[in-house]
Design a protein around this ligand. Structure first.
Ligand SMILES: O=C(O)CCC(=O)C(=O)O
Length: 294
């Protein structure tokens, strides 16, 4: 499947996603892709290790996935799953937050930390609705085998994305049970998980013998600001126009014209937004989805 292709979300997937708050998509990456992306993140891990910049448990939570590891750019609009993003968010979106995570096996007991959260930081305090709006979705690509629990799996409370509050300890270091209904999502290397940012989620401790590796991209409308570091001009030059949009590296047309305004995050000029043209050319501006209407 080439980058010219894209598969929109099916009606069944949408029903499951709306009900559960997440989808597991098997076999997104071939074993060659898994090896290629794995060696890219391993390279960054080795650099951070040499520079003494790993966590106390030798883990790496590396923000700004593509700026930190340009070889990961192909994941940002991976043809097998990017249609899930456009089917939810439409064409005026970008990546606002991304990371890759490497968690070696835990050999010694770890201090407790209640990690359950919704994504979006202060969006969860500063927006007054109940339930909160979706605002962003995230893709996780698995580069290691998390097909059994206890391997650093992604944990969710299925269907919790429309619940604003779960019970938790008064401080995150106070021992507290997992929320009712918590489950570990199991996946093979090359599988992806697509989730609503509001789903209550955490990571299981990795008590296996396998180093846990995953790459995460959070997508949101372009009128929500980006937390990631920008990619370098050299990296941007090697990206497709859609990838440049997603990674906030658009630098063409009127985008930077202070008088004309041109393309900007409010999406007033769809023709100047690469993803709009990309979807239009493929007949994928499904007008039953408001975010796809120009
Ligand atoms: O590493 C995980 O499985 C959890 C990731 C996470 O908390 C997040 O993407 O916000």
């Amino acid at each position: 499947m080439s980058f010219a292709d894209i598969v929109p979300m099916t009606a069944d997937q949408r029903e499951t996603f709306e009900r559960d708050g997440f989808l597991v998509i098997p076999g997104v990456l071939s074993s060659r892709e898994v090896s290629r992306y794995e060696s890219a993140v391993d390279g960054v891990y080795a650099e951070r290790e040499a520079a003494g910049r790993l966590g106390a448990d030798k883990s790496l939570h590396q923000l700004s996935a593509v700026a930190s590891c340009p070889e990961l750019a192909g994941l940002v609009n991976h043809p097998r799953v990017f249609g899930l993003v456009t089917s939810m968010l439409g064409w005026n979106c970008h990546v606002y937050h991304s990371h890759f995570d490497i968690h070696p096996p835990i050999r010694e007991p770890k201090p407790f930390r209640f990690e359950w959260h919704q994504d979006g930081g202060r969006q969860n305090r500063e927006i007054e609705t109940d339930p909160r709006p979706r605002l962003s979705v995230k893709l996780a690509f698995w580069l290691s085998d998390v097909s059994e629990p206890g391997r650093g799996n992604f944990k969710v409370v299925k269907g919790s994305h429309e619940t604003n509050r779960i019970d938790g300890p008064p401080r995150r270091d106070i021992e507290w049970p997992d929320p009712e209904g918590a489950m570990e999502v199991c996946a093979n290397p090359g599988d992806a998980v697509f989730f609503d940012r509001r789903i209550w989620h955490a990571r299981s401790n990795n008590y296996s013998d396998i180093v846990r590796k995953g790459v995460f991209f959070g997508y949101t409308p372009r009128w929500i600001t980006v937390r990631d570091e920008a990619v370098s001009a050299e990296v941007a030059a090697g990206l497709t126009p859609v990838q440049r949009q997603l990674l906030s590296a658009l630098d063409e047309g009127r985008v930077n014209d202070p008088v004309e305004g041109g393309d900007h995050a409010w999406g007033h000029f769809p023709d100047e937004v690469p993803l709009y043209g990309f979807l239009r050319e493929r007949g994928l501006l499904d007008s039953s989805i408001p975010a796809l209407i120009p």
